[in-house]
Write a protein that binds this ligand. Structure first.
Ligand SMILES: Nc1ncnc2c1ncn2[C@@H]1O[C@H](COP(=O)(O)OP(=O)(O)OP(=O)(O)O)[C@@H](O)[C@H]1O
Length: 232
């Protein structure tokens, strides 16, 4: 099944008399469980594309189906998004006065029988992301920017999303941290059959099943023979 299917999508923004056409007659699909990397130059429309998939901004023409549903016919978009989609950027949005563990357990009733299971799951996800036990009781400002972003990722993974959208998420990561997070992500998403879309300005992502590039207002398959040779 396709997790995402876009047909003949066009998207433009108007600012006064100026028309900024981002996509024209763009069609693509992403298979459920696939990891797709979308590269594109600055302002080519990477964020807008992910926002369209997350039903945060509509196309001007064409149709987008996500998890088999035409986005036009989703009644409560925020509920739908909460249930199915994880959307992360390179900005963390942690609550400053909650400890790291509390960030992940927010909204869970500690009197309920499954609270312990949630706690174990939170600690497991944090540990595979390299967060140490002593950091669980720390506040966000005691962590590095990279660690803070890992917490936002852990929080998204705790919601069991069907689709995870990472918009330039690793922008502030150094190459070692980026590699580590990719290794963790591939294990996690493949096991859970999560569809993962990552955007960035480079042309490489070692874990992607497929690399697409935003070019000439459209998405094209990116083939770099050197890169392919490295993978095999
Ligand atoms: N809500 C909006 N209203 C008007 N113009 C917008 C809006 N959102 C984005 N744009 C414009 O659309 C273009 C593409 O923006 P977008 O953020 O999608 O690209 P991007 O490839 O993610 O950029 P970057 O690499 O800088 O993150 C930019 O010129 C931006 O100013």
């Amino acid at each position: 099944m396709y997790a995402i299917e876009a047909k003949n999508v066009s998207k433009k923004y108007f600012r006064g008399n100026h028309k900024n056409i981002l996509f024209e007659d763009m069609s693509f699909h992403v298979i459920e469980g696939e990891i797709v990397f979308i590269s594109g130059e600055n302002k080519s429309g990477k964020s807008t594309l992910l926002k369209m998939i997350a039903a945060m901004t509509p196309p001007n023409r064409g149709k987008i189906e996500v998890l088999g549903k035409d986005l036009l016919f989703i009644e409560n978009r925020s509920d739908w998004r909460l249930k199915h989609i994880g959307f992360l950027t390179s900005e963390d949005c942690l609550i400053p006065y909650l400890t790291i563990q509390q960030q992940l357990l927010m909204g869970q009733d500690d009197q309920k029988s499954d609270f312990e299971i949630f706690t174990e799951e939170a600690n497991y996800i944090l540990s595979i992301l390299g967060i140490r036990e002593k950091q669980l009781t720390q506040l966000p400002d005691q962590l590095s920017k990279t660690e803070q972003l890992k917490i936002t990722l852990a929080r998204a993974l705790m919601t069991n999303p069907r689709i995870l959208l990472l918009d330039d998420f690793t922008k502030f990561f150094n190459s070692d941290d980026r590699f580590d997070i990719y290794c963790t992500l591939i294990q996690f998403v493949k096991k859970q059959n999560i569809t993962l879309i990552i955007t960035g300005e480079t042309d490489q992502c070692p874990i992607a099943d497929r690399i697409l590039k935003l070019e000439n207002k459209n998405l094209v398959e990116y083939v770099d023979n050197n890169y392919k040779a490295l993978l095999h």
